[in-house]
Write a protein of this length. Structure first.
Length: 581
């Protein structure tokens, strides 16, 4: 790689030729502000907040787009630069609903931070006409409030990166807005509820539907309220309380949930182990019985909805297993309710998920095994952080506590469900030992690890070559599924997660600014938490979870048996593109 020397604010900086001023400055520990720029997906140089001075250039240049060359001299913070950034912010604010006091993003809003940084307080352009927007509440998982939109297009890019593209720019000039075609509500389109658009939005224009009041009301009621928490939450929640990305907060998470008043604090990892029992059994049945292959995992509701809309002809490839969230609810309201001697309707199951699509999933058909919804309320990691804050719980001071039993014990295999490749690895650990009857010497299937969009591997198992593939992010899923559809792939088993990198990067995880996202692989940092937890667990294979063994012995019978099918399996529907049904 050819390196060049440039000057930034008078100091020499050595950086790769062709890298942008933004990147070169960051390598010299100088952060140039951005609003529209998102590395790799939204490099449009539109917002002009990143302008800098380059010696010899006739005007200010956009640092996110401008490549460096030998001897270039750059100034990132001159009065002219500051004035230009301030004017840009004033213009944005001239048509912005400035309800910061009650805004869901207040304190974590990139626009608000920049206005503070550049002391933009005046009302310079605030007089005059403002555009009026109604809040789009039609989707199951999120709101769009265009009165807080700054037209940066990061959401459009995120949705296109997911190969969905149900949002775009409408109209021009003063009337310009971001939304769906033909004024459709998002809930009327083939949006898959992944929440990747929310994760990249710099302001409060996009937000998950908040159900924290409903959770507090349930806790205050006479019902038994049990909470389950997904694996990826423990790898992300700490960020909401100022801890570094990649901090494991499992113990504090259990302690916080108890202090919020839940009657039982359980772990979705338990039902991730259960999912593996059912999914591995289904896979082996398909292999032995000549069933539809490749079998594709079904634990990511964003992916399932994508398949229903965009590849309905491949639905028979989907495993019929419910997701761990839904399996947990079904078992809590049957097995556990029976243990407590209460009716399913006297229990409220709350789930804490890294995912916004889980809000859609709880309302799907065929997810009410006991006659009432398996899960009553799904909240995201962000909503949980809000509840903890509102309750005055000093998260970072909490002692480490453990989950309650019997639905709190889990294996390392379940923990890695939160990362791309994790479900495949967990399933392989159980399927290989079941097929061979032997104990695996090495439990680490490293070929399916890592943040690469598509991974492939082949394993010799009991005389059979088992070919697997893993995709995360729906554009990668599309590529893989197109091969399956065209008969160009001979995989036996495929894992797909809707969000790039898997649930650790889910649309409900704590938000990180573009300044962080552009220079840190948050997926990889959070994934490390789950792999370390897996390594440290005394049990690392789902079929060795003693509480799962007891559940089958006392209640379910055999994996894949009649009762398991009634409670733990589901069905899918064919949907159209650009329509919700
Ligand atoms: S989006 Fe940001 S600037 Fe706008 S109201 Fe919300 S916190 Fe304030
Ligand atoms: S939730 Fe996902 S599919 Fe829906 S608009 Fe946002 S990015 Fe697109
Ligand atoms: S909704 Fe958010 S991400 Fe999308 S254009 Fe508006 S401000 Fe940008």
């Amino acid at each position: 790689m050819e390196m060049v020397t440039i000057k930034i604010n008078g100091s020499d900086v050595l950086a790769p030729k062709g890298s942008t001023i933004l990147e070169a400055a960051r390598s010299a520990h100088i952060e140039i502000p951005t609003l529209c720029y998102l590395k790799g997906i939204n490099e449009i140089g539109a917002c002009r907040i990143c302008v800098v001075e380059v010696k010899g250039a006739r005007s200010l240049v956009a640092a996110c787009m401008y490549p460096i060359d030998e001897g270039m001299e750059i100034r990132t913070n001159t009065p002219q630069v500051v004035d230009a950034r301030r004017k840009t912010l004033q213009l944005i604010l001239s048509d912005h609903n400035r309800s910061c006091l009650s805004c869901v993003r207040s304190g974590a809003c990139e626009l608000q931070q920049l206005c503070k940084q550049y002391k933009v307080e005046d009302e310079r352009f605030y007089e005059g006409e403002r555009t009026e927007f109604a809040i789009d509440k039609t989707a199951a998982h999120m709101y769009r409030d265009n009165s807080k939109c700054i037209l940066c297009r990061r959401c459009i890019a995120a949705c296109e990166q997911q190969a969905i593209g149900v949002i775009g720019a409408n109209d021009r000039g003063f009337a310009a807005s971001v939304g769906c075609a033909f004024d459709m509500g998002l809930g009327e389109t083939s949006c898959v509820s992944c929440g990747q658009c929310i994760a990249v939005c710099p302001t409060g224009a996009l937000s998950e539907k908040d159900y924290t009041n409903e959770v507090n009301a349930a806790i205050a009621s006479d019902k038994v309220v049990v909470v389950q928490v997904a694996p990826a939450v423990r790898a992300g929640l700490g960020e909401s309380f100022g801890l570094p990305i990649g901090t494991d907060v499992e113990g504090k998470l259990a302690a916080a949930l108890r202090r919020l008043g839940f009657d039982k604090v359980f772990d979705t990892n338990f039902s991730a182990d259960l999912t593996i029992m059912e999914e591995a059994t289904e896979f082996l049945e398909r292999v032995k019985g000549g069933g539809t292959l490749p079998m594709i995992t079904s634990c990511s509701p964003g992916w399932v909805k994508y398949c229903e809309h965009y590849f309905p002809d491949l639905l028979e490839h989907l495993s019929s297993c419910k997701s761990p969230q839904q399996m947990f609810g079904a078992i809590a309201k049957s097995y556990y309710a029976q243990k407590l001697g209460i009716k399913p309707q006297d229990m409220v199951v709350v789930s804490v998920m890294p995912c916004t699509a889980k809000k859609f999933e709880i309302g799907r058909d065929d997810q009410s095994a006991t006659g009432v919804p398996d899960v009553d309320i799904a909240i995201t990691t962000r909503e949980l952080a809000r509840m903890i804050e509102q309750a005055g719980i000093k998260f970072t001071e909490l002692p480490d506590e453990t989950f309650d039993e019997p639905m709190g014990l889990s294996t390392g295999a379940a923990t890695i469900f939160g990362v791309t490749g994790g479900v495949m690895e967990a399933a392989l650990r159980t399927a290989v030992e079941t097929l061979t009857g032997e104990t695996l010497a090495n439990l680490d299937f490293t070929d399916v690890r890592g943040v690469k969009g598509i991974k492939e591997a082949a394993y010799d198992v009991a005389g059979m070559k088992v070919k697997v593939a893993v995709a995360s992010g729906l554009a990668n899923a599309k590529e893989l599924l197109t091969k399956v559809r065209n008969g160009e792939a001979d995989y036996h088993f495929i894992e797909i997660m809707a969000c790039p990198g898997g649930c650790v990067n889910g649309g409900g995880q704590p938000l990180q600014t573009a300044g962080v996202r552009n220079f840190t692989d948050i997926r990889a940092e959070r994934a490390k938490v789950l792999y370390s937890e897996d390594k440290a667990r005394p049990l690392r294979k789902s079929h060795e979870n003693p509480d799962i063994q007891t559940l089958y012995k006392e209640f379910l019978g055999e994996p894949g048996g009649h009762k398991a099918h009634e409670l733990l399996h589901t069905s899918y529907v064919k949907r159209k593109v650009n329509a919700s049904k």
